[in-house]
Write a protein that binds this ligand. Structure first.
Ligand SMILES: Cc1cc2nc3c(=O)[nH]c(=O)nc-3n(C[C@H](O)[C@H](O)[C@H](O)COP(=O)(O)OP(=O)(O)OC[C@H]3O[C@@H](n4cnc5c(N)ncnc54)[C@H](O)[C@@H]3O)c2cc1C
Length: 461
């Protein structure tokens, strides 16, 4: 990913605002730029913009929205900020946390009022670490629906979206970005000038070399995000002298059905399930969180584990489409008792049965186990027992380019590059440097909030 000198370069066409990447961050930046009357061009490498956004549940955390007020939910940006910092152990940049938690609610209301996205708040499931019901989504609760709605809105607002246009290089004129070079599927190249450039091409989860460098514990993990997210923003930013932070931060997941590659909801664990390895033994405090559990699972023999739960929990999990698909594909194994389940899974019978008995005793006696897990508030598992063979996966990275309050990319000394902006996974997020710092929704939070700020700021140039 190169950055070249713009001297002597002739651009085929120029736009005041160019956005690299047509996921949630890019399309929202385009909407905000259009609202400020700027001509905007979104460059997207795929034939249809989808990104990791379309793979996600499309759920966006916001505190103090009108949907919450209508549902009688008491919440605020400050409470959301405090939950984020609790999870990140105060390692997220407080100014950035404040910026995005204050911006995201108004951004959702703007998307609803101005662009017709029918958000509502999820008020029957509180995400771990959220002090209030604050996840907002479109009716199907899917990222695909969010992307469809954003694509339609951006087109209706007059944003140009050029697909099959992979940005392969940036041109610099001193400190300014003068334009970009794109490559088309037939290998031809075009040069496009810009007044301002918004990097919305997410993080580096799809780039094995960068994952190995920054998150070695997940070097061999299944990547569950969009493969086109190759870390281009970080590489260009670094070449331009920008600061990056928390590149080791990420969202992992310790319960992805293997070999089916289907997400098994973490409710299987929070409702009282647990995980064993190929020896039929538990290996961790699963209740810490799904993100950090990815590396724990990958450390087990074969990088595999089995998530164990019961029929009651399966019923809760069945509200998620992914789980229903896992069942349809035969990923969920059911047996009447521990020994017959062990036989079906190929686990050592006696050891697995002892583990099931031990968990039952921990629940009955209210004891904390040797890993530090307390099963308080969870019921005993009732037969038949259910199991899914799982592995650990990387969902998306959370480190990235540092930005200021206008979403302008900054240098290590805090000064801003004059016309370069970053949003979504391209920018450093609010999860800190560890996987345990990821609070549900942190991904789309910065895509929506920084996307709008970046588009508005870029248009103002
Ligand atoms: C399975 C899964 C579930 C998730 N669930 C949630 C959730 O419920 N809530 C939440 O907050 N977060 C969730 N996330 C995280 C969330 O999806 C991301 O944080 C968010 O989508 C990032 O948005 P983005 O616009 O920055 O990136 P993307 O949506 O990935 O968009 C980036 C776009 O840039 C394009 N691109 C990349 N490089 C180039 C280039 N050189 N030239 C042109 N185009 C380029 C890509 O093709 C892509 O379309 C989930 C992630 C996964 C994988």
């Amino acid at each position: 990913m190169s950055v070249m000198d713009a001297a002597g370069v002739v651009f085929d066409v120029s736009f005041p605002v160019v956005v690299v990447g047509g996921g949630a961050a890019g399309l929202i930046a385009a909407l905000a730029a259009r609202e400020a009357q700027a001509e905007v061009l979104v460059l997207e490498r795929d034939a249809v913009p989808s990104g990791s956004t379309a793979l996600s549940a499309g759920l966006i955390p916001a505190g103090g929205t009108r949907w919450q007020r209508e549902a009688g939910i008491s919440d605020s940006p400050a409470l959301a900020a405090s939950d984020i910092q609790d999870k990140a152990e105060d390692q997220a940049d407080p100014a950035l946390v404040r910026l995005v938690t204050e911006a995201v609610g108004p951004a959702l209301e703007w998307l609803a009022d101005r662009h017709g996205l029918p958000f509502s708040v999820i008020d029957n499931f509180r995400y771990p670490g959220h002090s209030a019901y604050r996840m907002h989504g479109l009716p199907s609760r899917s990222g695909a629906e969010l992307m469809d709605a954003l694509r339609e809105a951006a087109s209706a607002a007059g944003a140009e979206i050029l697909c099959e246009a992979r940005v392969v290089a940036l041109f610099r004129d001193g400190d300014r970005v003068a334009g970009v070079e794109i490559e088309r599927p037939d290998g031809s190249r075009e040069r496009i000038g810009c007044g301002a450039l918004v990097l919305a091409c997410n993080g580096y989860g799809g780039n094995p070399a960068l994952v190995r460098a920054h998150i070695p514990e997940l070097a061999d993990a299944l990547y569950f995000g969009h493969p086109g997210n190759q870390g281009d923003a970080i590489l260009w930013g670094e070449a331009l002298g920008a600061a990056t932070r928390h590149l080791s931060g990420h969202q992992g997941h310790g319960s992805v059905a293997h070999p089916h590659g289907i997400l098994i909801t973490w409710a299987t664990i929070t409702e009282g399930g647990f995980q064993v390895n190929a020896e039929g033994r538990r290996f961790s405090d699963e209740s810490h969180g799904y993100s950090e559990q990815a590396a724990n699972v990958l450390r087990q023999p074969g990088g595999l584990a089995w998530t164990i739960f019961d029929g009651r929990i399966a019923k809760i999990a069945r509200q998620f489409e992914d789980f229903r698909q896992a069942e349809a594909q035969g990923a969920v194994i059911v047996a009447d008792d521990a020994r017959s389940l062990a036989r079906r899974l190929g686990l050592p019978e006696a050891d697995f049965a002892a583990t099931v008995e031990e968990v039952s005793a921990l629940k009955r006696d209210g004891r904390t186990d040797c890993f530090g897990r307390h099963f308080a508030g969870t019921s005993q598992l009732e037969g038949p027992l259910h199991a899914v063979k799982v592995t650990g996966a990387l969902f998306h990275t959370q480190g990235g380019l540092m930005v200021d309050g206008d979403a302008r990319v900054t240098r290590p000394d805090g000064s801003a590059l004059p016309n370069l902006f970053a949003a979504g996974g391209a920018a450093c997020g609010v999860s800190g440097p560890h996987p345990s710092g990821y609070l549900s929704g942190n991904g789309l939070l910065t895509a929506v909030a920084l996307g709008r700020i970046a588009g508005r700021s870029a248009a103002s140039l």
